[in-house]
Design a protein around this ligand. Structure first.
Ligand code: IMP
Ligand code: MG
Length: 184
């Protein structure tokens, strides 16, 4: 019985290693929100969060924002499952707002190859926003295949697979209040 329990704990818990703690996330998200609030004063920007991973980040970010803004969501699926994005992206849910002439800020959880963000960025640019910038909570600097201008980055992280704070592995771990490395 105890052996069984130990095996279970090993499978469920021991493969998670904290990379960014709850308090570090809170502090950095607040800094980003204040920076954005300064830069976008009197502009009423639209924050476009990329589902699903960015919903936790967006929720914390907007509660630290000091200026009026709107939010919207876009959802894409990347073909290929598990840990690698293929770069072929399918639009699952479009924005509900017209962004023409608006100051738009894309809210992304993590940039790996950059292929997903690149697709979304190009798609939104065709709608003629007044401006378009990107906030990424996490940036895996090493792995990038496409160069994308990122105005705000929360943390640069090593090239490992991370979960928590909205990020999943196979739809699991989104609820963790911190970012953890998922060890093989
Ligand atoms: P990219 O197109 O390779 O930049 O991948 C971006 C998307 O893949 C992100 O929006 C995430 O949904 C997912 N992703 C990439 N790296 C990770 C990770 O380490 N953990 C969880 N999801 C990830
Ligand atoms: Mg994502």
């Amino acid at each position: 019985m105890i052996r069984k329990l130990q095996n279970f704990l090993h499978l469920t818990k021991q493969n998670l290693k904290t990379l960014i703690s709850r308090s570090k996330l809170k502090k950095r998200v607040k800094e980003l929100a204040l920076e954005i609030s300064r830069d976008y004063k009197n502009r009423n920007p639209i924050l476009v969060a990329i589902l699903k991973g960015s919903f936790v980040f967006l929720a914390d970010l907007i509660r630290e924002m000091k200026i009026p803004h709107e939010i919207d969501f876009i959802s894409v699926a990347s073909y290929g499952s598990g840990k690698k994005a293929s770069g072929v992206v399918r639009l699952l849910k479009d924005l509900s707002t017209n962004i023409e002439g608006k100051d738009v800020i894309i809210i992304e959880d993590i940039i790996d190859s950059g292929l997903t963000l690149n697709y979304i960025r190009n798609n939104l640019l065709t709608r003629n926003p007044k401006s378009l910038e990107v906030v990424a909570l996490l940036d895996k600097k090493k792995r990038k295949k496409v160069k994308i201008p990122l105005k705000y980055v929360g943390f640069f992280i090593p090239d490992s697979f991370v979960v928590g704070y909205g990020l999943d592995y196979d739809e699991k771990y989104r609820n963790l209040p911190y970012i953890a490395e998922l060890e093989e």
